[in-house]
Write a protein that binds this ligand. Structure first.
Ligand SMILES: [Zn+2]
Length: 281
């Protein structure tokens, strides 16, 4: 456990490394491309959660969520925008108006969680000199590429919905509840606006609380709307509390499997269960 001074020093180091990282894209590791800024909290989500004027804790400072940006190359920024953030906003629109979710949209939501976790992980380790998202993937390949391999139906998305915000609050939560994992990069959970969402390996689906609708991906993606998660949480505070409690067990289970991963097992390898996510010097 680090003390307050160490944490402050670490935040300062990460802020300065983030400045230096402007020359290298966090998503594809390319050093020679034109760079621009990606919002850590996408603008559409800031609007949904009504947090544009709030302050959030970011690398040791309180700033407005729209000011939290990370350096990405123009190609990655645009790929994330068109292939993920645009569709994700529509998914939120449809969930919010009761139009439901398709299997393909459940997959996109899992990818979106992986992007969040991957960027958070990268920022957390940014002062490491040989930072790599994993030995197998760059972040952009993991998030947008063929990361499900032949095991698409081994992944689940869990979606919970809150009936209302907490009394007296107009701002909604946005953020990860799974923390930064050490070895696994499959389990990610968070509460965003009125939705609690989790990505997980299907073998741990019994650990998902009953308030969530569990969607196990199919072997091949389908586009019909067939999942309609109900509002099972009375308030958003309850959704956060239950998500956080379940995340402890789910995270430990995924970490444990990753730490004993058998490298001769193709499935384990494809799931991103790498024994190391960074190369130690
Ligand atoms: Zn890039």
């Amino acid at each position: 456990m680090t003390n307050r001074h160490e944490r402050r020093a670490n935040n300062k180091k990460n802020r300065s490394s983030l400045g230096k990282a402007k020359l290298r894209c966090l998503a594809c590791n390319s050093v020679s491309r034109s760079m621009n800024k990606e919002h850590y909290w996408p603008e559409w989500l800031i609007e949904y959660a009504n947090i544009g004027n709030s302050k959030v804790y970011w690398l040791g400072k309180n700033i407005k969520p729209g000011a939290a940006t990370i350096p990405l190359c123009i190609e990655c920024n645009s790929a994330f925008g068109t292939q993920l953030e645009g569709p994700m906003k529509s998914i939120f629109d449809d969930l919010d108006s009761g139009k439901g979710l398709s299997d393909k949209e459940a997959e996109l939501t899992i990818r979106w969680l992986w992007k969040f976790e991957g960027i958070s992980w990268s920022i957390n380790h940014i002062s490491h000199p040989t930072l790599r998202y994993s030995e197998k993937w760059t972040l952009i390949d993991r998030v947008l590429g063929k990361s499900f391999g032949d095991y698409r139906d081994d992944f689940c998305l869990a979606v919970g919905v809150a009936k209302k915000n907490d009394e007296g609050f107009s701002e909604w939560p946005v953020g990860l509840d799974s923390g930064i994992a050490i070895q696994n990069s499959v389990f990610v959970s968070g509460v965003f606006y009125k939705f609690a969402i989790m990505s997980l390996d299907a073998q741990f689906k019994h650990l998902v609380p009953k308030e969530f609708q569990l969607i196990q991906l199919k072997k091949t993606p389908t586009m019909e709307k067939e999942y309609f998660p109900d509002a099972q949480f009375d308030t958003i505070r309850n959704a956060v509390k239950i998500t956080q409690a379940a995340s402890i067990k789910l995270c430990l289970s995924h970490e444990l499997i990753s730490s004993i991963s058998d490298t001769s097992n193709q499935r384990t390898k494809l799931l991103g269960f790498e024994p190391k996510r960074i190369e130690l010097p």
